[in-house]
Design a protein around this ligand. Sequence first.
Ligand code: NAD
Ligand code: ZN
Length: 357
Amino acid sequence: MSGPKIPTEQWAQVIDKVGGPLQYKKIPVAKPGPEEVLVNIKYSGVCHTDLHAVNGDWPIPTKLPLVGGHEGAGIVVARGELVTDDICKIGEAVGVKWLNDSCLSCTFCQQADEPLCLTPKLSGYTVDGSFQQYAIASARHVAHIPEGVPLDEVSPVLCAGITVYKGLKESGAKPGQTVAIVGAGGGLGSLAVQYAKAMGLHSIGIDSGEEKKALATKLGASAFIDFATSSDIVKDVKAATKDGLGPHAVILVAVNEKPFQQAAEYVRPRGTVIVIGLPAKAYIRAPVFESVLKMIRIQASYVGNRQDSEEALDFFARGLIKVPFKTVDLKDLPKVYELMHAGQIAGRYVLKMPDAE
Ligand code: NAD
Ligand code: ZN
């Protein structure tokens, strides 16, 4: 099958070294390998992970030069010779996710724990990602975006949505119970509040400032606690639950270490703390005595597998999730990072590619 005409060059945001600067420039369009697709990215959300990558916050080095981005929504324009229609079609709307590829044969992939693959490829980290017009991804790993879904609004679901949906599932919280969302006004948090609601859970939002309070409340949080003005977070979170015993689960999506050292103190006995946010060089801490006497569980959660991705997208397609987003052009990525660094983004920024309508 012959696809649309593909240019040899394209616009991209590239860093040559850790710390940047970002260079908005033309680079060659890559060709898909036998099991890969070439996706004409139309929109890409900007995740805090992309900023961690630029800043070299984490112990694993990125590829360099690097094109970041892993919330890319676009159209398949070319595919390798082993990709058949039942895997991925030309012209189909797909998402380029953090997990660009996994081996599908190691012990973790065999058990559908693809994010734990021993030899993963990570979009915008170990392989070039979605801050370019044409991105490569494994045909078996792209997310299939349901028909009729707007590509700008859905793009943040491809990391933020999938990740918080998976985290909520891992928490084991049941309909009618309460979860605390720590970082509720950010990209992941603003979606977590809505997935929680759609899953029948009450939520308490924790973040800072009037804009984030208004957003979290509008999206369904039944209470909001401002971490910057609260004099006793532990007391305030417990007090926000009906019986004063604390939330059944805590979803940590903040970008500072402190809440990772507080959550065990306010989670309810038998409750679960889910660790998702990845602040640089941070440690989780919990008092042994209280943790034992409360029988709490502390568990981390990392993106989602292909099934989680499909489910998270289905929630969106059914109209249960509204992404609070602002759109800017791909060339304006540096401004987005500035706002993100300052903690001034309520919801998500989405980049529009030069050829997107
Ligand atoms: P974001 O910048 O949009 O949101 C982070 C929010 O945390 C902000 O609203 C900020 O005000 C809030 N915050 C900061 N300090 C806080 C505190 N002490 N208490 C409560 N809230 C606080 O970032 P994002 O894109 O939502 O990403 C969040 C984190 O999740 C990042 O570290 C990112 O790398 C990580 N992440 C992890 C996974 C995973 O699979 N585990 C996937 C995606 C992102
Ligand atoms: Zn992400």
